[in-house]
Design a binder for this molecule. Structure first.
Ligand code: ZN
Ligand code: ZN
Length: 321
């Protein structure tokens, strides 16, 4: 693994230099044009120089346009030259995606990802959802649970006891779809993020994540008294991080998944806020804090599967009763 200071984008530049490349209107438009040409499906299309210039901004002089295009080549854009000899140093990467007879320019994976990220974070109109009640009541107090979306955070919280069920950084792209299925999308989005963190993988970059148990009082979470502990997992490569309950960590355990499924609870298809052992610490007991040892009981139909995890989030003990 390379040192952070030696990190390169997939192309060749350090992250700060790659970002600096984007500070120009013509370059931004080139990336947008190449992304638009894709039409939302299929491999990145290859646009010949003249067509790319025409679609981007025909009023930009050819040499100036070419200068800016070349600044992007190698990092966000690649030049496809079918005449390049196979195996030559300047040959383009050969892959299924790259198979083409055309000569021209297309987005590299970094360019595609960057444009997708910007699009995920762009919506028309107001990117807020006013508070509305869920049909479910609070596991702690029986009060009403309320959802709202503001400042890129989807928050799900009890309006009575203030226990926070979810507080997730979510792109406003989540609003793109039928309104009556918004909660389903939030549940699915959060679940795949949590599953990845639970299983030790950063959902943004695929890197490994570390784990740390925290005393609830040392965090900014409201109603720390209703929590036993908070597991913080973070990715040192891209900086992504999340906090989980011990029960949420167990959502990635195959034995827990099977135990629940046999009793009619599909963890792959149920919003986490509905799953008591994952959404709250009501079934979680801190056995020890130095080193940490925490037990969560999954109880269904009068039967229980109790899992104890250690500091490294390894399940070190399982008990059925
Ligand atoms: Zn409550
Ligand atoms: Zn990461």
């Amino acid at each position: 693994m390379t040192e952070r200071s030696a990190e390169r984008t997939y192309g060749s530049l350090p992250p700060d230099e790659a970002l600096a490349l984007l500070g120009n209107e013509v370059r931004a438009k080139i990336l947008h044009t190449l992304s638009e040409a894709r039409g939302g499906r299929g491999p990145p299309p290859v646009l010949p120089f003249s067509e790319l210039r025409e679609r981007t901004d025909g009023s930009v002089e050819s040499s100036r346009f070419n200068y800016h295009l070349q600044q992007l080549v190698g990092t966000f854009v690649e030049r496809v030259d079918p005449r390049a000899e196979a195996g030559a140093d300047d040959a383009q990467p050969v892959s299924e995606m790259a198979a083409t007879d055309e000569e021209g320019f297309r987005l590299r994976p970094e360019g595609t990802t960057m444009v997708r990220t910007i699009r995920a974070w762009s919506v028309a109109g107001e990117a807020t959802v006013e508070p509305f009640d869920l049909e479910q009541s609070c596991h702690h107090c029986g009060g009403s649970i309320r959802a709202q979306y503001r400042n890129a955070i989807f928050a799900i919280q009890c309006a009575d006891c203030e226990y926070l069920y979810d507080y997730n950084l979510t792109p406003p792209g989540i609003l793109n779809g039928p309104d009556d299925r918004l909660l389903e999308r939030v549940a699915a989005y959060n679940r795949q993020q949590r599953f990845a963190f639970a299983q030790g993988t950063c959902p943004l970059c695929g890197g490994g994540v570390d784990a740390e148990f925290l005393e609830p009082e040392t965090t900014g979470y409201p109603r720390g008294d209703l929590r036993s502990t908070i597991v913080r997992r973070g990715c040192s490569h891209c900086g992504n991080k999340d906090t989980l309950t011990t029960g949420e960590f167990l959502l990635g355990e195959s034995e827990v998944i099977a135990f629940c499924r046999r009793r009619g609870l599909d963890l792959m298809d149920t919003p986490i806020w509905e799953v008591e052992f994952a959404a709250t610490d009501r079934r979680t007991t801190v056995e020890a804090t130095d080193p940490w040892r925490v037990t969560t009981a999954v109880e269904l139909d009068g039967e229980a599967l109790e899992c104890t995890v250690d500091e490294t989030l390894e399940v070190v003990d399982r008990e059925r009763y």
